[in-house]
Design a protein around this ligand. Structure first.
Ligand SMILES: Cc1ncc(COP(=O)(O)O)c(C=O)c1O
Length: 397
């Protein structure tokens, strides 16, 4: 099935003022169904999770519903879905917990292509226990991750890699990295924050032991999600309060869950599932809809890249073979903030930054300031792309 763009766009109140949002990699716009789910959960009787009163049961159902929704989105066990404030927070917590079993002689592999949220938590945790950090680099010309097989070895405890770079769009061969990690008995952590909004995801097929993502990048509220097999989570013991449950996955969820936000997560997954499918099972609808999203975004992305390449003075960074519809570029003689501001004046949102992929930005020679990023979303239109291109062309000399 194809994505019906008019129907998709009609769900997003934010699009009514004509703004063209290319800042989806920073956070997507939100369909009214998601906003409604959050508001109506807050508006109904709500207590702490329990089984006795109606309001306790409502909270319980919201939590279980959100775990089931994420399981359908990612192809995982609902009992292994952990919610937290952000991917960054969940990764710091997990790194701290896992590193209790690491020490001198153990190694952790991270990459320069990653967002800092999939670098710093591992680096800090490894350094605290005397473990060694080893880096995988990327080719600054192509943006491809260079998987040096000598970096992963018998001492490797964990490999952390992005499913897709939020700066260059590169989608590394996660399956191959998973095989290399598992061959030496290491765990694989995949940062799926930028991948999840753009592709059908199956965490088991990817070979990810841990997979993290952020619902606010795929039409949901500002939250983080970490998933793993429940049996693996059972082996990890994070710091927790004495009276809080030691059950999995609750063991990893510090304090009271944001029930209203979790209702928003379920609504976001239901929204995705309804983009372009009428299958019976939600998991099938998610996969079919995400394939339609990919087709829509790919076609539009070709138009965007061809348009940028036709403008004299525009330089694009990275040309990875497998990528999300996210492009990093600059305009000769203009700073990133100048481009950002000029486009904003035309109702086009495309900010300039390192977007916290700091190591990658530095490796590209862009220092800590980065460049302009334009990312597509299912609600992006050809008109949006043409407006961005016209704005960039006005700046090019
Ligand atoms: C690839 C990637 N990883 C991690 C993060 C951090 O996510 P969160 O804001 O949920 O901590 C981001 C946020 O932009 C991201 O793009």
């Amino acid at each position: 099935m194809h994505l019906d763009l008019d129907r998709v766009r009609a769900s997003f109140p934010a699009l009514a003022d004509g703004t063209a949002y290319f800042d989806g990699p920073g956070g997507s716009q939100v369909p009214r169904q998601v906003a409604h789910a959050i508001a109506s959960t807050l508006g109904a009787g709500l207590s702490n999770r329990g089984t006795v009163t109606v309001s306790e049961r409502r909270a319980e159902e919201v939590v279980l519903g959100a775990r089931a929704a994420v399981a359908d989105l990612l192809g995982c066990d609902p009992g292994g879905v952990v919610f937290g404030r952000s991917m960054t927070q969940l990764t710091f917590d997990l790194a701290r917990a896992l590193s209790r079993k690491w020490g001198p002689g153990d190694e952790v592999v991270i990459t320069r292509l990653d967002h800092d949220a999939d670098i710093r938590p591992w680096l800090i945790a490894a350094e605290a226990v005397g473990a060694t950090v080893r880096w995988l680099d990327f080719d600054p010309d192509t943006g491809e991750l260079l998987v040096d097989p000598s970096v992963v070895g018998p001492s490797t405890r964990l490999v952390a890699v992005t499913g897709a770079s939020n700066l260059l769009g590169t989608r590394p061969d996660v399956r191959a990295i998973s095989r290399a990690a598992h061959e030496v008995g290491a765990l694989l952590f995949v940062d799926g924050v930028h991948l999840t909004p753009h592709a059908p995801v199956d965490v088991r097929d990817l070979g990810a032991d841990f997979y993290a993502c952020s619902p606010y990048k795929f039409f949901g509220p500002h939250l983080g999600v970490l998933v793993a097999e429940p049996a693996l989570l059972e082996t990890v013991h994070p710091e927790k309060l004495l009276p809080s449950t030691d059950a999995v996955p609750e063991r990893f969820e510090l304090g009271t869950l944001p029930y209203e936000m979790l209702a928003g997560v379920t609504a976001a997954v239901d929204f995705i599932a309804a983009i372009a499918s009428t299958s019976t099972e939600r998991r099938d609808r998610v996969l079919e809809s995400m394939r339609a999203v990919e087709d829509h975004e790919e076609a539009l992305f070709e138009r965007l890249l061809a348009g940028l390449d036709a403008i004299h003075g525009v330089r694009r960074y990275g040309r990875p073979a497998c990528r999300t519809p996210t492009v990093l570029f600059d305009v000769e003689g203009r700073t990133g903030p100048e481009v950002h501001e000029h486009l904003a004046g035309r109702g086009v949102n495309a900010p300039a930054s390192s977007f916290y992929a700091l190591e990658a930005s530095r490796r590209l020679g862009l220092g800590d300031t980065g460049a302009v990023r334009a990312g597509l979303a299912p609600y992006s239109s050809a008109g949006d792309v043409d407006r961005l291109l016209a704005g960039v062309a006005e700046l090019a000399r």
